[in-house]
Design a binder for this molecule. Structure first.
Ligand code: GDP
Length: 302
C-alpha cells in the first residue's frame, strides 16, 4: 500500500528512474541478496517502505515475525544503502513506537520515555531500532538518513484480510459483506473507546516526496530529535469511525462491540507541530479518504 502510493507520488512529481522491487523478487531479510541488489542498482536515494505490518491481532500473535523480519529488513537495507553510496535514505516507522501512556498529542521527544503497548511491543522495538540506525549512521558517518513516523495509514491496496488487517479495511469489508448478506449486526473489536488518528496513504506519500526534496538529516537531528511525526492532527474514537464507515458503505444494522478483543493503545494522536513548521500539511480528510478507499475496494476486491 505505502510503496505503491510513494511510486504514484514520485511519478506525478516527474521522477522517471524509479527502481522498485517486491518481496517475491528480493527477500530483504537476506543480507547477501540485499547487498547484491544495491550494488547492481546503485540507487541515489532509498525510501524504505518495506516492512512486516499488520493490525492489532497479527502484531500480538506473530510477535517473533514482527520483530525478526523488521530488524533484518532495516539493518540490511540501511547498511546496503550506506555501502552502495546512497545520498539520502528515508525510513518509515510507525506511531506505535511511543510509550502507551505518552502525553497526547505525542511529541517526538516522548520516544523511549516509558513502557510500550504490549500488543505491538515487538514491532515497536524493531521500528525504534530502525530510527536509531538512521541516526547512528548520521552521527558516525554523516549519512543523510532520516526517519518519518506516520500515524495509522489506510487507502488503496490496503490488506482486507479480517485476521491480519488494520481497523479501516476490516470495517469496510465487514460492513460491505453484512449489507450484501442483509445481516442485522456487525461486530467491532474492543470497547469502541480507543482513539486513533488516520492519514490517507497518498498524503503520506506526498509527505515522503516533500522530505526527499526539502528536509535533510541536519535539519532533523540539529533540533535534538531523531525523527519527525507525520499525521493530520485529529483523532476519532473507534466507535465513531465504525458509524462513519457504516454510513459510507450503506449498512443500517446494529454495531456490536466485542470487549473480549483487545483495545490496544488508549490513544495515539501525534503532535504535528514540527511537521507544520517544516511546511507540510495533509490534504485528504477522513470522510473523503474513506470514500476513496471504499470505491477502490468495490473496484478491486476479489
Ligand atoms: P492499532 O492502532 O495498532 O491498535 O491497530 P488496528 O488498526 O488493528 O486497531 C485499531 C483499533 O481498532 C483497536 O482498538 C482495535 O481493537 C479496533 N478494532 C475494532 N474492530 C477491529 C477489526 O475488525 N480489526 C482491527 N484490526 N481492529 C479493530
Amino acid at each position: 500500500m505505502v510503496g505503491r502510493a510513494i511510486v504514484r507520488a514520485l511519478e506525478s512529481s516527474g521522477y522517471s528512474r524509479l527502481i522498485t522491487t517486491s518481496s517475491g523478487d528480493l527477500d530483504l531479510r537476506r543480507q547477501a541478496e540485499t547487498q547484491e541488489f544495491f550494488q547492481e542498482q546503485n540507487p541515489e536515494v532509498v525510501i524504505l517502505a518495506a516492512a512486516k505490518v499488520g493490525g492489532i491481532m497479527a502484531n500480538n500473535e506473530l510477535r517473533a515475525d514482527f520483530l525478526y523480519d523488521n530488524l533484518m529488513i532495516e539493518a540490511n537495507v540501511i547498511e546496503a544503502a550506506f555501502r552502495s553510496g546512497a545520498e539520502k535514505l528515508i525510513f518509515l516507522g510507525s506511531s506505535c513506537i511511543y510509550p502507551r501512556n505518552a502525553e497526547q498529542p505525542i511529541q517526538e521527544e516522548a520516544l523511549l520515555t516509558g513502557v510500550l503497548e504490549p500488543t505491538n511491543e515487538p514491532y515497536a522495538i524493531a521500528k525504534i531500532a530502525g530510527i536509531n540506525l538512521c541516526e547512528s549512521y548520521y552521527r558516525q558517518h554523516g549519512a543523510n538518513f532520516v526517519s518519518l513516523m506516520p500515524t495509522n495509514l489506510y487507502g488503496p491496496f490496503d490488506n482486507f484480510d479480517l485476521h491480519s488487517s488494520h481497523v479501516i479495511p476490516a470495517l469496510i469489508r465487514k460492513f460491505h459483506e453484512a449489507r450484501s448478506a442483509n445481516a442485522g449486526e456487525v461486530e467491532v473489536w474492543g470497547t469502541g473507546r480507543p482513539m486513533r488518528e488516520f492519514l490517507y496513504v497518498d498524503d503520506l506519500a506526498n509527505a515522503v516526496v516533500f522530505f526527499l526534496e526539502n528536509v535533510d538529516a541536519d535539519a532533523i537531528y540539529g533540533q535534538g530529535i531523531s525523527h519527525v511525526n507525520i499525521g493530520c492532527g485529529e483523532d476519532i474514537s473507534i466507535g465513531r469511525l465504525a458509524s462513519m464507515v457504516a454510513k459510507i458503505v450503506g449498512f443500517e444494522g446494529e454495531i456490536v462491540f466485542d470487549p473480549t478483543k483487545p483495545d490496544g493503545m488508549p490513544r495515539k494522536l501525534l503532535d504535528i507541530t514540527r511537521l507544520g513548521s517544516l511546511g507540510w500539511k495533509h490534504s485528504v480528510d477522513l470522510d473523503d479518504g474513506l470514500r476513496r478507499t471504499y470505491d477502490w475496494y468495490l473496484a478491486n476486491r476479489i
